[in-house]
Design a protein around this ligand. Structure first.
Ligand code: SF4
Length: 388
């Protein structure tokens, strides 16, 4: 396929074709939209929360988190006042925790600078932590009816197919052309519904694989479909090469089944050298003592525990290696070697927390830490003592 951008035959539409396009898409949205909790409100705080949670996360996964979060933090002020650890605990499992931190930071900005009300202008919204062009347009159009068109990967895919646009959509010039096309299609009478309709079309009909063109409400306008290119568009971007990350984690256990977790500040800010051993992947949530590995996983872990000031009992204990845990974070492919280490008494580590292994969710932990806990609970019958 030629790597050039076609002249957009279908975009932007104008006159009666544009009016028909808008009418058909909005009518379809009114009939077929999914009933989602954040669609039953125009409350800017609720819309904002849903947009942040939905970033890179499936709708089905977001719904229970959204509901729990709003129960605990029903308004901006409550969120602004809450301890960060509490916010992260409610977010735990959704991933991409910087979203939760930025959400609270922005809540504090809104409480301090906007009287607790989400601002109404694009410039003010963009000044908030965690809010970019897409999120600002989504929130302001849905909550306040501002005439701002959203453009994310989902909408870009729909536009690329409608206009049979080839090449890497994320290239600067191409992306700004798409933004203009999205703006030209936007229905100024109902910008919030319009944006949601475009996103819904991308999520349920014009899907990344196997678009359901026969059911598409705007199929007659689609150049990609006419040219038989729907599935081939958008063209694939060059993927960033995956980076392999190897870690070793210590699941220390006492006779009562309790374990030791280390806190986020220890790994993030400790200036005594130990922080250098704690991989950035784990640095902002509670986690098992964990270290990056180049050679022997067990040796690296023993050395790290020594640097934390663990007791002599830890040094002489058996390190039982459990089945490796695999985890993917964007381009990083993480492989963790968990070790189960039985002790009479857990070491005292400044800031550390002792919890039942089955109850680590009492503090904010990442999915990776959960996987490590699962590997150690119950003891794997086929665990081998080996090292690599
Ligand atoms: Fe997408 Fe097919 Fe509709 Fe075109 S006709 S917008 S490719 S679902």
């Amino acid at each position: 396929m030629a790597r050039t951008m076609r002249k957009n035959r279908a975009l932007p539409l104008s006159g009666s074709a544009l009016a028909k396009f808008r009418k058909q898409l909005l009518a379809w949205f009114a009939r077929h939209k999914r009933d989602l909790p954040w669609r039953r409100t125009r409350n800017p705080y609720h819309v904002w929360l849903s947009e942040i949670m939905l970033q890179q996360t499936r709708v089905a996964a977001v719904v229970p988190y959204y509901q729990r979060f709003l129960q605990r933090f029903p308004d901006v002020q409550t969120l602004a006042r809450a301890p960060e650890q509490e916010v992260l605990r409610l977010w735990a499992g959704l991933g991409y925790y910087s979203r939760a931190r930025n959400l609270q930071k922005a809540a504090r900005q809104i409480a301090a600078e906007h009287g607790g009300q989400f601002p109404r202008t694009r410039e003010e919204a963009l000044a908030l932590a965690g809010i970019g062009n897409y999120t600002a347009a989504a929130i302001l159009s849905i909550a306040y009816g501002e005439k701002l068109a959203v453009l994310d990967g989902n909408v870009a895919r729909v536009l690329a197919r409608l206009g049979a646009i080839r090449g890497d959509l994320r290239k600067a010039g191409r992306w700004s052309n798409l933004q203009k096309a999205a703006g030209a299609l936007l229905d100024p009478a109902t910008p919030g519904d319009w944006n949601q309709a475009m996103m819904e079309l991308g999520a349920t009909v014009c899907t990344p694989r196997a678009p359901r063109c026969l059911l598409c409400p705007v199929g007659e306008f689609c150049e990609g479909r006419k040219l038989g290119l729907a599935e081939a568009l958008p063209e694939k971007r060059k993927k960033r090469a995956p980076v392999q990350v190897r870690l070793a984690a210590a699941v220390l256990l006492d006779a009562k089944g309790r374990t030791l977790l280390l806190p986020p500040p220890l790994s993030a800010t400790n200036g005594d050298g130990a922080a250098n051993h704690v991989p950035s992947l784990l640095s902002k949530m509670w986690h098992f003592p964990t270290v990056s590995v180049n050679g022997s996983a067990e040796s690296a872990l023993r050395q790290y525990l020594r640097s934390l000031g663990a007791s002599a009992e830890v040094h002489s204990a058996d390190f039982l290696r459990l089945k490796d845990v695999r985890h993917a974070v964007t381009y990083r492919e993480v492989r963790v070697a968990p070790f189960r280490i039985l002790l009479q008494q857990l070491p005292r580590v400044k800031g550390g927390k002792v919890l039942p292994l089955g109850g680590i969710d009492a503090v904010p932990v990442s999915n990776l830490t959960r996987k490590v806990a699962r590997a150690a609970l119950p003891p794997a019958p086929n665990a081998k003592r080996r090292d690599s």
